[in-house]
Design a protein. Structure first.
Length: 152
């Protein structure tokens, strides 16, 4: 009489616990990737706004060299990005603006000076970005640091 050994096979597929662990890991990876992507997009929008402020300031300085006045009826750039939905609105300050870091007062724009503002459409840790005719930069958000918002 021959003895037969029966092989036990493990069930095919995943157990419920393995599936939950795998889904949890995937969700964590997606969350980290999404946060990183959003941070990148925020920094990109801020960089575009800083570049636009510098470009407009250069145009105003050239105008002052020709005419002796910073007064202008319109700015060549009023938002960033230039096309599509605005991330920042570019304008001249019409009144004194107090920056949070360091505590500086930026003058209202006039024929003899200007302060450019890039106001974020959505929340931004830096708040409004500021640039005046002397090249001074500032931010308006409490707790924001110029070094973080205007890196060199």
């Amino acid at each position: 009489m021959a003895i037969r050994f029966q092989r036990f096979r493990s069930p095919a597929g995943f157990t419920a616990i393995e599936l939950v662990v795998a889904i949890t890991i995937v969700c964590l990876l997606v969350a980290v990737a999404l946060a990183s992507f959003q941070d990148h997009m925020t920094r990109k929008a801020r960089t575009q706004a800083r570049s636009a402020l510098v470009e407009v300031a250069e145009g105003l300085r050239m105008q002052f060299t020709r005419t002796g006045s910073y007064a202008t009826s319109s700015l060549p750039i009023t938002q960033t990005p230039r096309e599509g939905d605005a991330e920042y609105r570019i304008s001249l300050a019409t009144e004194l603006v107090t920056a949070s870091d360091p505590r500086m007062v930026f003058p209202a724009s006039s024929a003899q000076g200007f302060t450019l503002r890039a106001v974020p459409v959505n929340d931004d840790d830096c708040g409004t970005l500021l640039l005046d005719q002397n090249g001074r930069v500032g931010v308006t958000s409490p707790g924001a640091k110029v070094a973080d918002c205007w890196p060199k």
